[in-house]
Ligand binder design. Structure first.
Ligand code: SF4
Length: 237
């Protein structure tokens, strides 16, 4: 994947309005999800990652008071200088709410991150990719690496959840269950529709049709739900 041509700054102007940046870290430490190839956006060199992240963070204006940071992995994969610069940017631009991503395996690092930002009155929201609450499908087919089956226990360290729809075997009922379980246990959910990528997992157009006809009309205006019909719909990537 040619990662230097990626768009790394954008604004989400609907629902939970926020700026969003795609930063570069040392790479996802799980890297086994069978549907994922965006973990290829990483760099082993802290200094060059920081140089890139510095340029991207300069574009943040603070206009919505909220910023989402994604980095094709978890916040723990960002170098310390970048985390400090994110904090400094929030303080300088009066950003009161910051969103990060985190894999289940790093959940014990979440509390310390919240504390660092809370010391400056900034609220941290952490998003976990669960993809589905069908545990067997999630672990045997998608290989997410979440060894917990209770949605409430998964949600204990996290605020927001990503779901992945448009996969072979999913049904209207299974997607409905995932959405309602997500809404019952998390503040917000983000639905990603599977798109063609370099992995062997293919989007299933009949499942996507079911989602679009039956579920999209019901949930599209729900302010607690982001729906990405294409994985670049947030304007980055
Ligand atoms: S945890 Fe996220 S970045 Fe890592 S392999 Fe899975 S989906 Fe990709």
């Amino acid at each position: 994947m040619e990662t230097d041509s990626l768009t790394r700054y954008s604004e989400i102007t609907e629902k939970n309005r926020r700026e969003i940046v795609l930063l570069r870290g040392s790479g996802c430490k799980w890297r086994r999800c069978t549907f994922c190839d965006y973990h290829l956006d990483f760099g082993p060199d802290k200094d060059s990652n920081f140089a890139l992240n510095q340029k991207v963070l300069k574009q943040v204006t603070g206009k919505y008071g909220k910023l989402e940071v994604i980095n094709s992995g978890s916040f723990v994969d960002l170098d310390n200088q970048t985390v400090q610069l994110i904090l400094d940017t929030c303080i300088e631009k009066r950003i009161a709410e910051i969103h990060f991503e985190c894999h289940w395996m790093h959940r014990e690092s979440v509390a310390a991150l919240r504390k660092i930002f809370a010391a400056h009155g900034i609220q941290v929201k952490i998003k976990i990719g669960v993809e589905t609450f069908d545990n067997q499908y999630r672990e045997q087919v998608l290989r997410k690496g979440i060894d917990e089956t209770s949605p409430a226990k998964i949600a204990a360290c996290f605020d927001e959840v990503c779901l992945l729809f448009g996969l072979d075997g999913q049904t209207e009922d299974s997607m409905l269950y995932d959405i309602e379980t997500g809404l019952a246990n998390f503040e917000r959910i983000c639905i990603n529709i599977m798109v063609e990528n370099t992995t062997k997992i293919r989007p299933d157009s009949s499942v996507i049709d079911i989602f679009m006809k039956k579920l999209y009309p019901i949930y599209k205006d729900n302010k607690r739900i982001d729906i990405l019909l294409n994985n670049t719909d947030f304007g980055v990537g």
